[in-house]
Ligand binder design. Sequence first.
Ligand code: SAM
Ligand code: TMP
Ligand code: ZN
Length: 405
Amino acid sequence: MTECRICGGEVEEFLDLGRQPLSDAFPRPGDVEGEFFYRLAVGRCLACTMVQLMEEVPRERMFHEDYPYYSSGSSVMREHFTQTALSFIDTELTGENPFFVEIGCNDGVLLRTIAESGIRHLGFEPSVGVANVARERGVTVRTDFFEESTAIAVREANGPADAIFSANTICHIPYLDSLLRGVDALLTPGGVFVFEDPYLGDIVKKTSFDQIYDEHFYLFTVRSVQAMAARFGFELVNVERKPVHGGEVRYTIARAGARRPTPAVARMLAEEDAQGLAEPEVLNGFASAVARIREDLVRLLSSLREDGKTVAGYGATAKSATVTNFCGIGPDLVDYVCDTTPAKQHRLSPGVHIPVSPTETFAASYPDYALLFAWNHAEEIMAKEERFRESGGQWILYVPEVRVV
Ligand code: SAM
Ligand code: TMP
Ligand code: ZN
């Protein structure tokens, strides 16, 4: 049993994914000594329902100069964040000289639109490599972790923020007490804190256990976020489902009593009750479904190997670290993984050490099968890799179940 990072309650483990490497650390060939491992397991707080990891990886091990995830690598995500920025400009940033803050702005995929509109803004981004790409796009970046002290420093230097936004980052931050005190210090009295992250409801429904890795410390639900907001003087006032990254929820939080909650909040709470998202039976059922996927996937890859077929991975995602290490899938079953990110290419995948190659390698000589680790980008990838299918290639998917298409 560990203590809940939000409320101090008891956290009961429901899934153990074993010994895992850092999901975004790609060693150079011949330089695999000293790889960091930890135990990846997940549990639910018996008091506030927050689903969280049982063990925390220190943030500096994950987010640093060489952090290799570049948000702008997907055209769908570029469009998603352009639209998000434009909608903030039309709604929350219409006052005089507004100020917009983003937590985890990465390579500026969203803030570039805000910057181009001439709106005062600041991105918090501790990973220097990706932060510098944002700067080249005209974005103002503070290379720091967002927490209470850095939020106060920005408030003192720039004044209050009308809106604080964050995508795929709040769930990475175990110290949400400090973060929410920071939001409290930085936000205008009527301002909003909006964030979106992978949704436990979709993860359970799709058995997408690969959403669980070091960086994803929390798997949020509407219920757990509502309880967390209330603890820190805030209120959950809106929720919206987003189809990106396999299913996310965008949460809007305001100071308690400042805005009237929309009917969507009560509606999603009822849906979560119906799905039993906080029920141990449902979470244990999820754990059993995960075990089945491991069996099916290893059986399929082993039989393809016996038949002399070639198999490549597609997308050296952080998610794939969980799948390959949990299932024991190494270069014996998957020849290489292709990925468009230069910072991942010519490296080895975390833990199991499958070589990572540019996507040109894939196109130059198609394998018989491609295991789609970036399944959340399936539409975008399958559209641009039509020739693979035309030449007789087949995709292997493992979410929500193992199948060949
Ligand atoms: N917002 C982008 C997106 O949705 O594609 C980037 C998401 S990326 C998975 C998470 C980012 O959050 C990384 O660039 C990381 O360096 C940054 N990050 C991690 N902890 C942070 C913190 N405490 N404050 C600000 N940024 C943080
Ligand atoms: P993500 O699922 O965490 O967004 O990671 C996607 C990974 O897949 C990232 O390393 C970039 C890579 N990728 C490609 O190689 N080709 C593509 O078309 C897309 C969209 C992503
Ligand atoms: Zn709790």
